[in-house]
Design a protein around this ligand. Structure first.
Ligand SMILES: C=C1C[C@]23C[C@@]1(O)CC[C@H]2[C@@]12CCC[C@@](C)(C(=O)O1)[C@H]2[C@@H]3C(=O)O
Ligand SMILES: O=C(O)CCC(=O)C(=O)O
Ligand SMILES: [Fe+2]
Length: 365
């Protein structure tokens, strides 16, 4: 599957690209720099996205295994994160993106850095710019808050971001554990799978996304199709739809985009590439994208979480059919991010163990 039909090898030349930091909200017409040629690459269909209630019987491992295998994503309720905290998360995210561009640029992400304000990192793989802005928080949000609001109390922003990260970590830890339990691993395999993936070990970045209203939504792309590099991503979306999952009913069936409708209080779980590696290809990462709309300013916040950056994750359990053996070599999140930055949607394939060399390496199961 190539979730990125418009991917090119074209790299945007430099940060001085003239339209890179457009104030999108004041643009009356989609400029050529932001006009995407092929948005209808697959049909968009309605299909109810599975819901897993962490506080109810839905959280059964058998149900979860089916959902992970056939969707790689679900809405999660009963997670215990208070709705007033999620409301504050949304309003602080909106407050950040409502700042004037020159203020946001004071907290710009350095060219080789992780944290700060800027275009989606995947932008360099596409010839067109996306109709969105992003802000990545890795570690403490304090330095960012001081740059964004030099004359105001930073705690208003920092407390919400910190509290949300802490709560989302707990939810992510529970979800990852349930996913591993749902694989029916041997006790030995389970022990190995839990190394680096227990709740107290998880590390994460918080990605704030903003999608201003767009005068011609059929020609613009909010965030192009991609998979996250995480074990799992927990996504909060505001009351406007925009997130779409690329779904295939079976391996050879046609792909289509399925919209994830906003569900008050729910978070969305997206399986990431590291989950695909850890589960030996059984639970595949889900390709997703964000589309834009004419009237509403949508925001979303992704808690992108994985093992400690330098922990080497290796596959557990039998490889998903048809591959009979170990499918991926062990890799750390830090190294995998390097591959992703270079190879984008070819990163997973680059760490696959070639079928004919599996036996020679003594790693055939
Ligand atoms: C830890 C990370 C995951 C991420 C790259 C990053 O270093 C920080 C931002 C993350 C993000 C968020 C938007 C989508 C995405 C593909 C991107 O371009 O930046 C993800 C990256 C990822 O999951 O690989
Ligand atoms: O805004 C969305 O719905 C998707 C965001 C996303 O995919 C990401 O931040 O990785
Ligand atoms: Fe994503």
């Amino acid at each position: 599957m190539n979730p990125n039909p418009t991917t090119t090898t074209f790299m945007l030349s430099s940060p001085s690209e003239p339209h890179q930091h457009l104030e999108l909200e004041s643009v009356r017409e989609v400029p050529d720099s932001h006009a995407w040629p092929a948005l209808d690459d697959h049909p968009t269909v309605y299909e109810p996205v599975p819901v897993v209630d962490l506080a109810g019987p839905d959280a059964s491992v058998a149900h979860l295994a089916r959902v992970c295998e056939s969707w790689g994503a679900f809405q999660v309720t009963g997670h215990g994160i208070r709705s007033d905290l999620l409301e504050r998360l949304e309003s602080e995210t909106r407050r950040l993106f409502a700042l004037p561009m020159d203020q946001k640029l004071k907290a710009a992400r350095p060219s080789n850095g992780i944290s700060g304000y800027g275009l989606a990192r995947i932008s360099c793989f596409f010839s067109k710019l996306m109709w969105s802005e992003g802000f990545t928080i890795s570690g403490s949000p304090l330095d960012h808050a001081l740059k964004l609001w030099p004359d105001a109390d930073p705690s208003r922003f920092c407390d919400v971001m910190q509290e949300c990260s802490d709560e989302m970590k707990q939810v992510a830890g529970r979800v990852v554990r349930l996913m591993l339990l749902s694989m029916g691993l041997t006790p030995e395999e389970m022990k190995r799978a839990e190394e680096g993936t227990r709740v107290d070990q998880l590390s994460a970045v918080l990605q704030l996304n903003s999608y201003p209203p767009c005068p011609d939504p059929n020609r613009a792309m909010g965030l192009a199709a991609h998979t996250d590099s995480s074990l799992v991503t927990l996504l909060f979306q505001s009351g406007t739809s925009g997130l779409q999952l690329l779904r295939r009913q079976d391996q050879h069936g046609p792909a289509r985009w399925v919209t994830v409708p906003p569900r008050p209080g729910a978070l969305i779980v997206l399986a990431g590439d590291l989950l695909q590696i850890l589960t030996n290809g059984r639970y595949k990462s889900v390709a997703h994208r964000a589309v834009v709309n004419r009237n509403h300013h949508r925001v979303s916040v992704a808690y992108i979480c994985g093992p400690p950056p330098h922990h080497k994750l290796s596959p557990v359990g039998k490889a998903a059919s048809p591959a009979p053996c170990l499918a991926y070599r062990a890799v750390s999140w830090a190294d995998y991010l390097g591959l992703k930055a270079e190879l984008f949607d070819k990163a997973l394939a680059s760490i696959m163990v070639a079928e004919d060399s599996r036996g020679d390496e003594g790693i055939c199961c």
